[in-house]
Design a protein around this ligand. Structure first.
Ligand code: G6P
Length: 368
């Protein structure tokens, strides 16, 4: 394994650092051909114009990719999008609109609950299914009419990293393509999205370069029993993913909240023993997030903030700031995924856990 790991200590660390490449490989075809239906298979040119909504089904980290996609799909494509945990969906009397595209997201393509949810959706009358998957010819894409393969390469670490960010970029491509088909994306807008995609691997590389600063924070988490992650809008699912990563590999209890919901519960938990991670990009919600941060500070909570270079945060008493790359617009959740992955990795190292194979978890869950 040491040969395969090269300069890295674990597969998770290697896979975190492979993200600029995994993302370039995944978006290459979009940069070459533009946001065309054929990205999703030969049948897509016929299928996409008929769609009036999207239903996303997935588990774990892939589910959080779906939650992020909801924001893109509703705002860019202008169609309703709902996102469900596959193991819940498969056992409920769900409403099925035949013109809503079922999108399954699965790194392995073999997750049993996701596979069963897909079959169930079809049995309820959904006509069309798209699989976003990282493993060619696995069970879920084989059962789907439309397919988009992420090109993350083999992912070995149980905690998903590069599969997640490549899923996000694929879902963004789906949102823009659907928007184009529906006449909601102008040529200028498309050119701008392509430009943002082109710059994405560079911004991700910038975020990776923050590793020494993030590592310096890790000892302050390693001694704690709990952590809270806050984000808003498109970055709320990234807060969820950050909390999931931390609990999976460091065994620290972590949860995520959309920051505006703090006052409806989690504020009661905040004290000096509960570090609070804030994802605070310079977007329309920044001022709201700042006032949520004051609520935490006022209760003695220590803040660890990932803020864009242009959001003018500075360190102060109980407020630690790491500056992420300049705000990259609509793809910002992808860039902000990187620091929360790195934080979880270094906290786990500080606690001495088995980072690549956390206790009780499996890479691919093919049983119920
Ligand atoms: C397991 C893995 C997670 C993964 C989830 C869904 O829980 O440990 O990393 O997100 O399964 O897997 P899938 O292959 O369907 O994306």
């Amino acid at each position: 394994a040491s040969l395969e790991l090269g300069p890295y200590s674990h597969f998770m660390q290697k896979e975190i650092h492979e993200q600029p490449k995994a993302l370039s490989d995944t978006i290459e075809v979009v940069l070459d051909d533009g946001f065309v239906p054929e990205l999703f298979g030969p049948a897509a040119a016929n299928v996409l114009p008929q769609l009036t909504g999207v239903k996303i089904l997935a588990c774990g980290t892939s589910y959080y990719a779906g939650l992020t996609a909801k924001y893109w799909i509703e705002s860019i494509a202008g169609v309703v999008c709902d996102v469900e945990i596959a193991s819940e969906y498969r056992y409920r009397d769900a409403y099925a609109d035949p013109n809503h595209l079922v999108v399954t997201i699965s790194q392995s393509g073999e997750t049993l609950d996701t596979m069963e949810a897909l079959k169930y959706a079809k049995s309820l009358g959904h006509q069309h299914a798209l699989s976003i998957c990282n493993v060619r010819e696995s069970a879920i894409p084989r059962a789907s009419e439309l397919v988009f393969y992420t090109r993350a390469g083999a992912e070995i670490g149980v905690a998903s990293t590069k599969a997640f960010t490549t899923q996000l970029v694929s879902l963004f491509a789906l949102a823009v393509t659907l928007g184009k088909v529906r006449g909601r994306v102008s040529a200028e807008q498309e050119a701008q999205y392509l430009d943002e995609l082109r710059h994405l691997p560079g911004s991700v590389q910038h975020a990776l370069n923050l590793e020494p600063q993030i590592k310096a924070w890790s000892s302050q988490f390693a001694a704690k029993n709990d952590a809270l992650f806050l984000g808003r809008g498109l970055h709320y699912p990234i807060a969820l993913e950050g909390a999931l990563k931390l609990k999976e590999i460091s065994y620290i209890h972590a949860e995520a909240y959309p920051a505006g919901e703090l006052k409806h519960g989690p504020l009661a938990l905040v004290d000096e023993n509960m570090p609070v991670v804030v994802i605070a990009p310079n977007d329309v919600l920044l001022e709201k997030v700042k006032s949520n941060m004051q609520e935490v500070r006022a209760r003695g909570g220590e803040l660890f903030v990932f803020a864009d270079a242009d959001s003018h945060f500075v360190d102060s008493d109980g407020v630690h700031v790491i500056r992420t790359p300049r705000h990259v617009g609509v793809l910002s959740p992808i860039v902000h995924s990187i620091p929360v992955q790195i934080l979880a990795y270094h906290v786990a190292l500080a606690r001495g856990t088995d980072v690549d194979k956390p206790r009780n978890l499996a890479k691919s869950v093919t049983v119920e």
